[in-house]
Design a protein around this ligand. Structure first.
Ligand code: ITT
Length: 193
């Protein structure tokens, strides 16, 4: 069983969450910097999977160790799936929630459904695999909570926003948690466990 991975990301929150989710499963996650790769490839894919593979491949080609990358985003039904793969570029960092609330100010409560989507790409010497995770909820009318990052303060899962949840609560239901648990199953099965 592979128990050490490099994560190809420049997002410290993604790295923290991946460590929180994978550590109890016995998998250590090195940052790309710790592994000696400082990559920032052009994310010019049009799907989460394409971008996840672009990021993982850039780092794998440098470190030649099992590597994962996460491409993720928020898909709002009333906005035809936007911001989607462009979630990181939708607004300057720290302003994404305010911009989204403003764009959605006239959309009624029962039309505010949305999903956080995540694709994890995994690359090792045997090839490339992708795993998906989704978390369905809705967009609130105000920002609530100070945990998490990105769109967490406006994304409601039941009564709470993801920014009002503890790290463990979010990881149990999140798109990233779901995709990383699929990765764990994949690695286990490949080892014949
Ligand atoms: P890397 O490409 O270096 O991994 P990034 O932040 O640019 O980091 P993405 O291109 O995958 O990553 O963009 C994902 C964006 O979607 C992220 O910046 C957030 O705005 C949003 N996002 C993804 N997962 C999220 C989560 O769990 N909570 C809140 N927002 C999230």
């Amino acid at each position: 069983m592979i128990n050490k991975l490099v994560m190809a990301t420049n997002n410290a929150n993604k790295l923290r969450e991946a460590r929180e989710i994978l550590a109890p499963l016995g998998i250590e996650v090195l940052s790309q910097r710790e592994a000696g790769a400082d990559c920032e490839p052009d994310e010019n894919g049009v799907t989460f999977a394409e971008n996840a593979v672009i990021k993982a491949k850039a780092v794998y080609d440098t470190v030649h160790m099992p590597t994962i990358a996460d491409d993720s985003g928020l898909c709002v039904d009333a906005l035809d799936g936007r911001p989607g793969v462009y979630s990181a570029r939708y607004a300057p960092k720290g302003q994404e929630c305010a911009k989204l609330l403003d764009e959605m100010k006239d959309i009624p409560d029962d039309e505010r459904s949305a999903a956080f989507c995540c694709t994890i790409a995994y690359i090792d010497e045997n090839g490339t695999h992708t795993m998906n995770g989704e978390c369905r909820g809705k967009i609130g009318f105000e920002q609530r909570g100070t945990n998490g990052f990105g769109y967490d303060p406006v994304f409601l899962y039941g009564e709470k926003t993801l920014a009002e949840m503890s790290a463990d609560e979010k990881n149990d239901i999140s798109h990233r948690g779901a995709a990383l648990r699929c990765l764990y199953q994949f690695l286990k099965e490949r080892n014949g466990d």
